[in-house]
Design a protein around this ligand. Structure first.
Ligand SMILES: *Cc1c(COP(=O)(O)O)cnc(C)c1O
Length: 378
């Protein structure tokens, strides 16, 4: 079937390139660029996005797990790839053979990885993850944990057959407004620098120190260090309009059925919406199995050439209904934009009580990605 016959996502790699160049333009010279392409590049297609990033000079990529890294290597991506999450020690051989960089989040894992690498007679490249206030992964270093944390990092770095190329931390609130968030982020950054200084005074030298996620790239330029690590900025969101970024995904469908229904009829599962008038109702072939969040039911509109069409009734697995009564020119096969150009993914996400990230990476594998020229998408 023609990819554009049901529901599809138009992806502009040219817009990703545009965003990459905009971000680069505010970085210090010699600052490396790591593009975060986990979760299938936030739904945009990890292989295609990584190929483009590699071809325009990105220095590093990051994914969340080994399988995502292997997908990129199998596709011929050659630049360094950092795995942000855990990899079980049984896969150290694969990490080394695939030339992947593994995050190390505690001393015990460093010891396990080291044993495997020694047995193979080969070296595993690692980045040390420091927990400076996210309370997720990493060596604890805040408050009373400082001394022990530094000691454990030094020990991890000294394990045989590990090459501690990098060290990083992650900000918890760098994308939040307000003085409290600023204070917290600055504290995280200061702690990160104190940890690095203490570890380096024990004779360990990291070649790549990095911490800036999108929020920090946009709001805390002083945190760039040796490399930045943006994700959502690449895909066009999270700069508050400052950088002139462009969205890169447009989720599209079309009107597959139209019928006229009388006033007073319940629509879709649960009958949660009852027609207040005779209604020209369109059925569109997109539902929550495509990634259209069910929590948006009865609380959003989708864009037609003539303007917004209110969505009616519960969103089903494979389809949902839109009210075309006031949009007489919208007909069978008319195009419907769920989000992209006329309606921002950020706006729709807010209506669902979530963020653009979740909406983008919810677009499911049933939805074909169609790569389009920049001119088709501004
Ligand atoms: C996902 C992730 C990023 C990218 O976050 P954005 O907010 O999309 O920039 C950076 N670093 C780590 C460790 C992550 O997990």
């Amino acid at each position: 079937m023609d990819l554009r016959k049901r529901t599809w996502a138009e992806i502009s790699l040219d817009n990703i390139e545009h965003n990459y160049r905009r971000i680069r333009s505010i970085l210090p010279e010699n600052c490396k660029f790591l593009g975060v392409v986990k979760a299938d590049a936030y739904g945009h297609g990890a292989v295609e996005v990584s190929r483009r990033l590699e071809s325009i000079g990105a220095d590093y990529l990051a994914v969340s797990c080994l399988d995502e890294a292997v997908e990129l290597r199998d596709a011929g991506i050659g630049i360094p790839i950092l795995i942000l999450g855990h990899t079980p020690r049984e896969y150290v051989r694969e990490l080394i053979e695939r030339d992947l960089t593994q995050t190390v989040t505690c001393e015990a894992k460093a010891i396990e990885y080291s044993r495997e690498a020694v047995a193979l007679g080969r070296t595993l490249r690692i980045h040390i993850k420091v927990d400076t206030g996210m309370s997720r992964l990493g060596f604890l270093t805040a408050g009373g944990h400082f001394e022990k944390g530094v000691e454990n990092i030094v020990s991890a770095c000294r394990q045989p057959r590990l090459d501690p190329e990098g060290v990083y931390t992650h900000f918890a609130v760098s994308d939040e407004p307000g003085v409290e968030a600023r204070r917290y982020t600055e504290e995280q950054f200061a702690l990160f620098q104190r940890v690095i200084a203490a570890v380096e005074s024990a004779g360990i030298r990291f070649r790549i120190r990095h911490c800036a996620n999108s929020g920090a790239v946009a709001g805390y330029p002083e945190t760039a260090l040796d490399m930045v690590r943006p994700g959502i900025l690449l895909y066009g969101f999270g700069d508050g309009g400052k950088l002139g970024l462009r969205p890169c995904m447009r989720l599209m469908t079309h009107v597959s059925t139209i019928k006229y229904i009388d006033a007073g009829l319940p629509v879709s599962y649960g009958g949660a919406f009852v027609t207040p008038r005779r209604t020209r109702m369109g059925v569109i072939p997109i539902g929550y199995a495509d990634g259209l969040l069910r929590s948006l039911s009865n609380n959003c509109s989708f864009m037609t050439e003539q303007g917004p069409a209110p969505q009616r009734g519960r969103i089903c697995m494979d389809m949902c209904m839109i009210d075309l009564t006031d949009l007489p020119q919208v007909n069978l096969e008319s195009l419907i934009e769920i989000f992209g150009q006329r309606q921002s993914a950020e706006t729709l996400a807010a209506q669902a009580g979530t963020i653009s990230y979740e909406l983008l990476c919810s677009v499911s594998k049933r939805v074909p990605r169609v790569y389009v020229e920049a001119s088709a998408q501004k």
